[in-house]
Design a protein. Structure first.
Length: 248
């Protein structure tokens, strides 16, 4: 049969899970109670469970090209509403990734496909801030910068949905996060500090202001290094506590 190998892999996986935890599927069948909702890119390299090291049942997922948040996207809004109001997730994570093909498309000139309608907000944003992007001579860095800004844009958009606003208005504990994933090193980085209230959302800089002030994405490695440095200050040390590993 076609794709027999995938069914064989499935059997092997199910047997492995059962061997490691005999009640695993019994628990899974009862209900799901994830703490996290993930809005990510459809890119096959960025699978939420793998990246987060979580098992099935632990993260509620919505993916599309370039992890966009369109306020008219009934799919995303229905998933978001169910996650926030029924599953009562505590965290909504918008996660983009470096080297995103959707973002790269938005930076080009080809507008011949349906996906270009999908990416139109990015296209318009890129055109609006063209002088700022043109000042970045390295093409790869220009794409990475736009990938970061895309996260900042979608982070703001999801925080502006009536679903999130209503949750905060009724006092629900809910954090919204803006992260980016490095396909080259497998590390997640924080783009935006999490927000958990209407006041924090309203205090955010605008997405146009974001174009002017670059972010400094921080992985857990960087955070751990900064914490270690703070705990054991070394006079005259040359290493940078904010370094992602290059200082050893
Ligand atoms: Zn992508």
């Amino acid at each position: 049969m076609i794709l027999d190998d995938l069914f064989d892999r499935n059997v092997a996986w199910a047997q492995r899970k059962t061997r490691d935890d005999p009640t695993y599927f019994v628990r899974m069948a009862e209900q799901q109670s994830p703490n996290y909702m993930w809005i990510g890119c459809s890119d096959s390299r960025v699978t939420a469970n793998d990246v987060l090291g979580l098992d099935p049942g632990e993260v509620f997922v919505q993916r599309n090209i370039a992890n966009m948040v369109h306020t008219s996207d009934m799919n995303l809004l229905a998933v978001l509403e169910f996650a926030v109001e029924t599953l009562q997730v505590r965290h909504v994570i918008v996660c983009g990734h470096y080297g995103c093909g959707g973002v790269r498309r938005a930076l080009g000139d080809d507008r011949s496909a349906l996906v270009d309608h999908w990416l139109q907000p990015l296209v318009m944003y890129y055109r609006k801030h063209q002088p700022l992007f043109a000042a970045i001579s390295d093409e790869r860095r220009r794409l990475d910068r736009m990938c970061e800004l895309n996260v900042q844009m979608q982070f703001r958009r999801v925080a502006q949905t009536p679903i999130i606003e209503a949750a905060w208005a009724r006092g629900q504990a809910l954090h919204v996060h803006g992260w980016i994933y490095g396909v080259e090193d497998g590390l997640l980085r924080v783009i935006e500090p999490p927000i958990a209230s209407l006041e924090e959302r309203d205090a955010l800089s605008t997405i146009d202001q974001c174009a002017i002030v670059p972010v400094e994405p921080a992985s857990a490695i960087r955070r751990h290094a900064a914490e270690a440095f703070a705990a054991f200050p070394i006079d005259g040390a040359g290493s940078d506590p904010a370094c992602d590993g290059c200082c050893g």
